[in-house]
Design a protein around this ligand. Structure first.
Ligand SMILES: O=c1ccn([C@@H]2O[C@H](COP(=O)(O)O)[C@@H](O)[C@H]2O)c(=O)[nH]1
Length: 224
């Protein structure tokens, strides 16, 4: 992928998403649409955004029993996003069925441990080990289940890449040096994420909430 920067357009407003995408389109390699966009705009909204001609990453983070996830993915047929997310914690059978249900051209990527969680959060939901161990455990599971890659933070991507040299690694929780971290807890800079082995970076607010999103995207892309 020539430009590894995917912009997260986290808004329910189609017009706003379209306007932002038009502003940054020359500095990003793709567009990430998440739950808030999909809940508000559905399939037609995704189709609308695809008209810009950039790859679409549909970040729905599906997590349910295997049959339900597979049927949900089949119901997306026709949209054929470049990338689609499911939660690795759904387990091996769910990951296998998700991959089998997805169109050939769609990379199915498993979320390992949300970048908004730290060790204390994991402990509070009953997970033993720190985020690093949890990411590696779920990376092995995703690899063995036959999906295309994982989502992890820039703090774990080098170790995950070592476990799975042919995997596709999506890294959110990325902030330019000194940027506002917000609700993210495991954060690295764009350059550090790429150096550690990220296949693509997902960056939202540092671009979409900047005074000049076009300039912010250009500056970030320039550091990669
Ligand atoms: O572990 C994860 C998985 C997905 N995300 C998504 O990435 C973007 C990050 O947005 P920022 O504004 O740059 O924080 C957002 O759409 C999340 O849903 C993540 O952050 N962490």
């Amino acid at each position: 992928m020539s430009n590894r920067l995917f912009v997260a357009l986290d808004t329910p407003e189609l017009d706003k998403a379209r306007a932002l995408a038009s502003k940054v389109r020359h500095h990003v390699g793709g567009i990430k649409l998440g739950l808030e966009f999909f809940m508000a705009n559905g399939r037609s909204g995704v189709r609308d955004m695809a008209e810009l001609g950039l790859p679409i990453f549909l970040d729905l983070k599906l997590h349910d029993i295997p049959n339900t996830v597979a049927k949900a993915i089949m119901a997306l047929r026709g949209l054929d996003p470049a990338i689609l997310t499911v939660h690795a914690a759904g387990g091996r059978a769910m990951l296998e069925d998700a991959k089998a249900a997805a169109p050939l051209g769609t990379k199915v990527v498993a979320v390992t441990t949300l970048t908004s969680l730290d060790g204390a959060d994991l402990k509070s939901i009953g997970c033993s080990g720190d985020p690093h161990e949890q990411v590696l455990r779920l990376t092995e599971l995703a690899r063995d289940a036959g999906v295309d890659g994982v989502v992890c933070s820039g703090e774990e991507v080098a170790a995950a890449h070592k476990l799975w040299p042919k995997g596709f690694f999506v890294v959110p929780g990325v902030r330019p040096a000194g940027g506002v971290v917000g609700d993210q807890k495991r954060v690295v800079t764009p350059r550090a994420a790429v150096n550690a082995g990220a296949s693509i970076l997902v960056i939202g607010r540092p671009i979409t909430q900047a005074e000049d999103p076009d300039l912010a995207a250009r500056e970030i892309a320039g550091t990669l």
